[in-house]
Ligand binder design. Sequence first.
Ligand SMILES: Nc1ncnc2c1ncn2[C@@H]1O[C@H](COP(=O)(O)OP(=O)(O)OP(=O)(O)O)[C@@H](O)[C@H]1O
Ligand SMILES: [Mg+2]
Length: 238
Amino acid sequence: MIGSVSKPKRVVEATGVVKDYGDGATAFRALKGVDFHADEGEFVILSGPSGSGKTTLISILGCVLSATAGHVRVLDDVITAAPESDLPKLRLAYIGFIFQGHNLIASMSAQENVAIMLALRGWNSIDAKKEAARLLSLVELSDKIESLPADLSGGQRQRVSIARCIAGNPPIVLADEPTASLDAQTGQLVTEVLHNIAKKRGHTVITVTHDNRIYHFADRIVHIEDGLIIDEKKDSHP
Ligand SMILES: Nc1ncnc2c1ncn2[C@@H]1O[C@H](COP(=O)(O)OP(=O)(O)OP(=O)(O)O)[C@@H](O)[C@H]1O
Ligand SMILES: [Mg+2]
């Protein structure tokens, strides 16, 4: 019946977002008025040339950086109105972030790197370690849970950071080039894990990538160039 289908919930909404790095004569405008949105259960790809503003945009959506101007809402919080000191709290409540480069803690094992995220989200240490082992098995790293980051390959470290990012089930997962250092098979595995987070759990996944092997997974591909969104295209599910 027309009207009986409920619209998916809008999870992220950004309007007119501007980001300047530095100030005065050295200021650089990395985002020039970006409008962007993502809904519950959506898998959105953000693509664009190097230096176009992709990391800057997802860092603002992920409560890592503040916008210079514009409006960003994440679920019930208008993050552009929140004081900078509230950003870590909002990030912990809402966001799983896979950074460009992996940002693992060098002195901690793979399992501890994942468990620490759960501990930050209030889990006790025994449950956190068990859950960390389960998440590492999802990315096929059960045999490496005791390894330090230095003893893992680049692709394995990237998979640890994916397990850490989804630890505790954050409603929004942001991934910055998650398959960049991976071979085709591991890249496919990682993309399937991210896709399942959107399609099976109904979470929102926004992935920056140049990797056109994973474009067909996306509900939408948003192109950014020189700090502006230039194009959006619908794509089919795999
Ligand atoms: N901390 C900073 N200070 C000054 N300029 C910055 C800073 N971070 C990024 N920039 C500039 O802002 C622009 C956008 O950077 P951003 O990292 O968002 O690009 P990107 O699209 O993620 O690029 P890549 O694909 O290479 O990762 C670039 O020109 C970059 O040099
Ligand atoms: Mg980047």
